[in-house]
Structure formats: C-alpha cells, structure tokens
Design a protein around this ligand. Structure first.
Ligand code: WQD
Length: 347
C-alpha cells in the first residue's frame, strides 16, 4: 500500500489520523520533533493497531534534516501536514515564533515535496480563516482572510502557499482541510488530546475541571447574541476528522480529480453553545461542573458552524460521532490519564 508521511504524528489529530490510515492498510511514517507532543502517542497507536510507527524526530525548520527523511523514503505517495503551533493566545503574545515555525516549516516541507515529486499533499487548515462570519453556515466559498490571530494568519498563508505551488507545478494534487473544533478521543481511550500545560480549549478545560486538575472553569461571556448568550461552535469528533484525511488521500489519488487544489470544511454542520456543551458533559459524566460566567475572551468570535456538503459529496465523508459521544470519549480519556498518573505515583 502507498506510503504516507504524517508530520506531527505524535500530536492529537496526527495520532488519530495515523490509526485511521493503518486501519485502511496504508504504510505510515511520522516526522515529529516532540516540541509540543510526546512519543507516548506512538505507544497508544501500537496498542490499537499492533503496528509500530517510525517517527523521525526532526524539526521542519531544519531543511537538511527534513530533506534526509525524503531521501531515505523516496516512495512517499502523500504528505499529511499537521506539525504546527496552534495556541491562539500564545500566537498573539509571540507572533514571530508562530510565523517562523508554521510558515518556514511548511515551505521546507513543500520544497522537499517538489524535489522528490510527491504526488499528493493534505494540509491541516482551520475554520479560523473565516474570522467572524456574517452568514452561517460557512461554505468553502465564504470570505476568508479575516483570521483574528497570528495563528489563524499562518493557516491563511499556508493555504496561499499551497494554492500557488499547485498552480506553478501542477505535479502535486492538494487538499486543504478546514477543521472546525476537534474534540473527543479514540474510543479505546489509548490516545487522545494531551494539552501541554494549562489547556485553552473548551473540552479539555471541562474534563480537567471535572477531574479536579483545575479548581473551576470560566465561561467566557453569556451576553452574546446567541440562543443562550454563550458562543456557538461546530464541535467535531477527532476520529471523524481523522477519517476525512484518509478519504482525502483516496480522493487525491483518484485520477479523475484533476483539480490541483481543493478546500473542504470538516465540521458537523451543527452549532453548539458553550453552556450546551457543559450540560452535555454533566449528563454524560454525572459530574456537576464547577463553572462561573466571566468576561468575554479577546478574539473570540460569536458563532461559526460548517456547511459540510462538499466534503460529504466529494470525499464520501460520513460523520459517525454525535456530541454525546464526543464528550463521553473525552471524559473516558481524562479518566484514563488520571489512572495512569496514579499508577506512576504509586510505583
Ligand atoms: C471554544 C469556546 C470560548 C475555554 C479553537 C482553537 C483553534 C482552532 C479552532 C484548530 C469559545 C469558550 C473556552 C474556557 C470558555 N482549532 N471557552 N472557557 O476558540 O473556537 O478555537 O478551535 O485549528 O486553534 O483554538 O476553541 O475551545 O478555545 O473555545 O468559555 O475555559 O469555548 O470562549 O467560545 P476556539 P476553544
């Protein structure tokens, strides 16, 4: 089966995508410098699939080391590129670190894709490129270029680099996948989101508050023009996101898809408020969540959710997990982490 290079393979979405690719008999290698991840995910992948993944501990900003991976693997059929920094708040505090890491890393990678004539490239993009959309649900043709953070700007720029690269050579077919809000964990609870330090995203904050790692959580504003005053997002299970990457590789490999660079929204199409997500957590876990309503968070958009028709029609994507399963798998994963931490303490 074709060999796929996954960058960021030890990360949250990267590790789940590797499991899905292996389940579909692809041969997979990873590049991950573990600056924002641990090799722990590779052990989880092996437990789930029985397959050992070779990870090259390489920083994509180092062109020679990146190129050496392609030299050693001249048969790479597709690259799926996840490796990037993604903390919105941190990107505002330290924008140069984000531009250097996310853009230089991408350009080095694409230079190798060009030199070694890699046929296909899948890019991890984000709904953040839509900014604060006026019309909902957003389609792939909705206005972009309105990212409110340097993080989002690197996703916009990454898309533009790839669109221009595709036009210039035409040798590599490209898919840009715009994720909405990835949440949840693999049903085995052997891999999941491992936020380094204090989590910023809603669902890990909920589960860490419930498990006692965080004293309480703040709901950032309940005075928005939404059905209950809290912000609306399109939460999507990480395994549904992962499978969309396998489908994207299959789509790009299909000779009839002549287009050089396609964009796909990866969301459920359902908008869920912060307070609805909290209610769902309390229903699933039976735990009363300790939260307070606080001031709005700078940079937050009011509402966004996807029109996902194009991904469903073109990729044959079918969403498997609903909100209850997203929250349940996230909670099962948090419980598993606690169990593992207690085991380490007792040894
Ligand atoms: C969701 C909602 C918060 C924490 C994220 C990533 C971004 C991109 C898109 C991948 C907001 C509220 C949160 C808390 C809260 N992902 N919230 N209390 O901001 O939509 O963006 O998904 O490309 O990288 O940052 O997600 O989970 O941070 O926030 O009230 O303690 O939850 O205000 O309304 P966001 P989020």
């Amino acid at each position: 089966m074709p060999k796929i290079l996954v960058t960021g393979g030890c990360g949250y979405i990267g590790s789940h995508t590797i499991v899905d690719l292996l389940d579909h008999q692809y041969d997979v290698i990873s590049i991950d410098d573990n600056s924002r991840s641990t090799p722990y995910a590779l052990a989880g992948i092996e437990k789930i699939t029985g397959k050992k993944i070779k990870n090259y501990k390489v920083d994509l900003k180092n062109f020679d080391e990146t190129r050496a991976v392609f030299q050693e693997n001249p048969d790479i059929n597709a690259v799926i590129h996840f490796a990037a920094y993604k903390a919105v708040g941190e990107s505002v505090e330290d924008p140069l670190q984000y531009y250097e890491n996310n853009i230089f890393g991408l350009i080095n990678l694409v230079k190798c894709v060009q030199e070694f004539s890699v046929p296909h490239f899948v890019f991890s993009s984000s709904c953040t490129v839509y900014g604060n959309p006026e019309h909902m649900p957003v389609t792939e043709d909705s206005p972009t270029g309105k990212a409110e953070s340097p993080y989002g700007a690197t996703k916009q720029m990454g898309e533009r680099v790839l669109q221009d690269f595709a036009k210039s050579t035409g040798a590599t077919t490209i898919a840009l996948l715009r994720y909405f809000n990835p949440v949840g964990a693999h049903p085995s609870a052997l891999i999941g989101e491992l936020p380094l330090g204090k989590p910023q995203n809603l669902v890990p904050v909920i589960t860490q508050t419930a498990i006692g790692k965080l004293p309480k959580m703040m709901v950032f504003g309940d005075d928005y023009p939404t059905r209950d005053g809290s912000c609306v997002r399109d939460y999507i299970h990480v395994c549904d996101i992962a499978h969309a990457h396998t489908l994207a590789v299959q789509y790009l490999s299909d000779k009839k898809n002549k287009s050089r660079c396609d964009v796909f929204n990866l969301g459920t199409g359902d908008g869920v408020t912060v307070l609805e997500a909290i209610r769902m957590f309390e229903k699933v876990s039976g735990v009363k969540l300790n939260y307070e309503i606080g001031p709005r968070r700078a940079g937050d958009i009011v509402a966004i959710y996807a029109n996902n028709d194009f991904a469903i029609q073109q990729l044959g994507w079918k969403i498997k997990y609903n909100l209850e399963e997203m929250i349940r798998t996230a909670w099962q994963w948090e419980l598993k982490i606690k169990e593992a931490e207690e085991m380490v303490k007792s040894n």
